[in-house]
Every structure is written in structure tokens, then in C-alpha cells.
Design a protein around this ligand. Structure first.
Ligand SMILES: *Cc1c(COP(=O)(O)O)cnc(C)c1O
Length: 442
């Protein structure tokens, strides 16, 4: 029998695992937490302590850990087909998933192309955009436009359209330059200005760039409604409508990266539904498999699909990943979509969101809080006069209050799984307030 204790697991992990997005030396002071199991919204360590997964394990977990319905679907799939390559072969889970997703867009985005992680989906959208222009004779369209504060993943191509200095600067020499336009972040509103005014100003910046050089631009890539990794910067849906119109007018593709904001997170299944626009490419990952297996995909319009359809091999989209369309991951996604249907999740979330917003009012009114904001199942606020190392101290203090939370700089945010009970919602709010006060008090 294994006799490993909590501290054995920590020591062994630090000796052999290189953890993501981490300065490993910080683990000399910040605890590394070995998780032994998960159930519902909770993760448990080896000493029986528990942590409410208030950030859905980086956005992925929608319906709780060890969800019985997703588990049952996966167990069935395991005994049927674990994997088969998707070139020359196809299978039921990938077909059904593609059909269901297409239907969710009213069949505007008729084809789905699969990969495993979000950054790869972004790379695929960029390559497809460039290649479809080329196939149509527009060989000069080689540039991409991103927003200030954008985050689209950390592979070399995705990082080129990312604007988060902490992730990007060290690799600057490796990256292909992209054009960066103003963010529509509503926090930039001047006195008397509304979020819509900021959206108009940001769209004017896009218009300026498109007017100058649209003949060189393949696509603009946007995280619709919420720019997440930069610190939950939220904007008015009007921005998406204005940019969609500019893309149509100037012949530029619109790529919407719904990797974080998709799957009901902002209140509608796709964030862009709130602007009543569809992109030319839509990237999806994270929550789509319910937090079970790596799965990402790019949905696109039939005109774009047709631009590759030919007798000529080189006009095809010759991109692949070994696990493209993995049946287990697709089956997890199908089980996830089924829960959305069976439980009327989008409506149920409205009630949960109203309760958490109400419970968070002491924080919204806190004298050291500004920009309290919410969209769908995402909440964020900025700390005023945050002490040095606020984010790491908050994380460590939160673990002492049964919470898993990781602020970005001085922005505290939560995007919990969609299955919180009333008691868990109230506990999340009360504990967040307690942690916040403790960290500010030093
Ligand atoms: C997480 C994220 C990505 C990258 O996805 P990975 O699976 O981490 O590669 C891309 N875009 C957005 C908006 C994200 O939040």
C-alpha cells in the first residue's frame, strides 16, 4: 500500500514536474496542493481539506468534477472506440458533435475542424483565413489584427496575436508582428461616457486601420464580450456589431475566440449571440468537453470551406494533429451539450448569477474595490491599493478558506462551475470577502 503523505506528493512533484505558468521557485513559499480527488465543485487534498473550484480549473469544468452523466458517457465510449485517426476515417461522436454545434449557429458555421488545445485552434483559424484568401487570389492578405490586452494562447503563432507583456515579451524576437488596435474595455470610459461610447471609439480605431491597409489584412481576432487573461476586461456587444460591419465592408475575416467565453459562460451559449453576429471563424475549447479531456475546434462558414474544395491537393487544408477528433473527447462534449439541453442550463444560470451577484454586494460596495463587473457566470473586481504580491498572497490565503482562486495582478475574478448550490454560492461570496480583507490587512 502507498504510504505517501501530502508532503511526500509535494516533494515528488517539485522534483519531477514542471508546472505551467509558474515561477517554480515561488513554491518555496506558496503551497503546491496535491489533489487526491474531485466531486462536484470541490477538489480534495490528501489531508481531507477541500477547495471550492471557483475558477472551474481554468474555465474548463462546467458541471462539476466526477459528473455522473459525463462519466457514464465516457465509460460507454471507452468500451466502444477510444480513438481512430480522422483522416480517411470518421466516427459517430465527431459527426454528432459537428452536427449539434452547427445547429447551435443556425447552420451558419457549417463545418468544424478539430484539434486538442485552444492555442492550436487559434493557429488553425489564422492559417485557414490566410489560406482561404490565397486560394481566392488575395495573396497579399497576410497580416492579422489583435486587440490591446488580447490573449489567444501561448504557442508561437497564437502568441503573435496575444498582447499580454508577461507572456509575450520574452519571446518577442520569435514572433511575427501583428497590428494591435484599441481594446473596447468599458473601464476606459471617461466621465459621462458609456460602455457603448468606448465601443464606438474602439471600432473607430479598427476602421482607421482597415481604411489604411485592409488589402494586407487577412483577419481580426477578438475575444467577444470579455478579454479574460488580461484581467476580465468586459465590453459592450455593440463593439462586435460595429467590427462585423467593418469586416464586411473591407473584406477582412472576423475570428471570434470563444475558447474561454463560449459554452454558456457569458449567459448565451456563444458570446457572439448577444451581439446577434456570427464570425467567419469561431474557436471553441476549454468548457466544451466539460473539463474532462483536451478538445478544441474551429467552426467556419461554407464559403470558406468551399475555397479549399478542389481537385488540387495543395488547395486543401493540410493541417492535422494526431488526436484530431478524438472519440472520447467528442463523447465528453456530447454529454456536456446534453446537460445544457436536459437541465435548461442557460436559464438556470440566470438565477444562480443573480444570487451570487447579490451575495457579492459587500465586495461591490467595499471601499477598496472598484470596477465590480459581471457578465453571465463571470465576476471580477479590481483591488484599490493592492499590496505587493497581492495575487500570490490571495491565492495562498484563499486555500486557507476552502477556495481555489488566482487573481490576475490586482483583479480578483471568479467563474465557478454551473452546479453551485445556494449554500455554496453564499459561502463563495462570504469567503472571498474574508480573504480579501485578510490580504489587504497584510
Ligand atoms: C485559454 C485560452 C486560449 C488557449 O487555450 P489553451 O488550451 O490553453 O491552449 C486561447 N484563447 C483564449 C481566449 C483562452 O482563454
Amino acid at each position: 500500500m502507498e504510504l505517501n503523505t501530502q508532503s511526500d506528493w509535494v516533494a515528488r512533484s517539485l522534483r519531477s514536474v514542471w508546472h505551467p505558468c509558474t515561477q517554480m521557485q515561488h513554491h518555496e513559499t506558496v503551497p503546491l496542493i496535491p489533489v487526491s480527488r474531485g466531486k462536484g465543485a470541490w477538489l480534495y487534498d490528501h489531508e481531507g481539506r477541500r477547495y471550492l473550484d471557483a475558477i472551474s480549473s481554468w474555465w474548463v469544468n462546467l458541471f462539476g468534477h466526477a459528473n455522473s452523466r459525463i462519466n457514464a458517457a465516457l465509460k460507454d465510449q471507452l468500451d466502444t472506440l477510444e480513438h481512430a485517426m480522422l483522416a480517411g476515417f470518421t466516427h459517430e461522436p465527431v459527426i454528432e458533435l459537428s452536427e449539434k454545434l452547427s445547429a447551435l449557429t443556425g447552420h451558419v458555421l457549417g463545418h468544424s475542424f478539430y484539434a486538442s488545445d485552444g492555442a492550436s485552434a487559434v493557429e488553425i483559424a489564422l492559417k485557414m483565413s490566410f489560406h482561404s484568401w490565397r486560394n481566392n487570389g488575395h495573396t497579399d492578405k497576410q497580416e492579422f489584427v489583435c486587440l490591446k490586452g488580447s490573449y489567444h494562447g501561448e504557442t508561437i503563432g497564437a502568441l503573435a496575436v496575444t498582447d499580454v507583456a508577461l507572456f509575450k515579451d520574452a519571446y518577442g524576437p520569435l514572433l511575427r508582428a501583428s497590428q494591435t488596435v484599441m481594446s473596447p474595455d468599458a473601464r476606459q470610459a471617461a466621465d459621462g461616457e458609456t460602455a457603448q461610447d468606448v465601443a464606438r471609439r474602439a471600432a473607430a480605431d479598427v476602421e482607421r486601420l482597415f481604411t489604411e491597409r485592409a488589402d494586407k489584412i487577412a483577419a481580426i481576432i477578438i475575444e467577444p464580450l470579455v478579454q479574460c487573461a488580461t484581467g476580465m476586461a468586459m465590453h459592450d456587444p455593440l463593439y462586435l456589431q460595429l467590427v462585423r460591419a467593418l469586416c464586411d465592408k473591407h473584406n477582412v475575416h472576423l475570428i471570434l475566440d470563444e475558447i474561454a467565453v463560449g459554452c454558456g459562460r457569458t449567459g448565451t451559449f456563444f458570446a457572439c449571440e448577444q451581439a446577434a453576429v456570427w464570425p467567419d471563424f469561431l474557436c471553441l475549447s476549454k468548457g466544451i468537453s466539460g473539463g474532462y479531456l483536451p478538445l478544441s475546434l474551429v467552426m467556419t462558414r461554407d464559403e470558406i470551406y468551399q475555397a479549399f474544395y478542389s481537385n488540387d491537393v495543395t488547395r486543401g487544408f493540410l493541417h492535422s494533429h494526431s488526436y484530431t477528433g478524438n472519440p472520447l473527447a467528442c463523447r465528453a462534449a456530447l454529454a456536456t451539450l446534453q446537460i445544457f439541453e436536459e437541465d435548461d442550463v442557460l436559464n438556470a444560470n440566470k438565477i444562480k448569477a443573480a444570487r451570487l451577484t447579490a451575495a457579492l454586494q459587500p465586495l461591490a460596495q467595499h471601499e477598496q474595490v472598484h470596477n465590480f463587473r459581471q457578465r453571465g457566470m463571470i465576476w471580477a473586481f479590481d483591488a484599490i491599493d493592492a499590496p505587493k504580491d497581492f495575487s500570490r498572497r490571495f491565492f495562498a490565503t484563499a486555500t486557507e478558506h476552502e477556495l481555489l482562486m488566482r487573481p490576475i495582478g490586482s483583479t480578483v475574478y471568479m467563474m465557478p462551475p454551473y452546479i453551485l448550490s445556494d449554500e455554496e454560492i453564499d459561502g463563495l461570496a462570504a469567503n472571498t470577502l474574508a480573504v480579501f480583507n485578510k490580504v489587504l490587512a497584510g
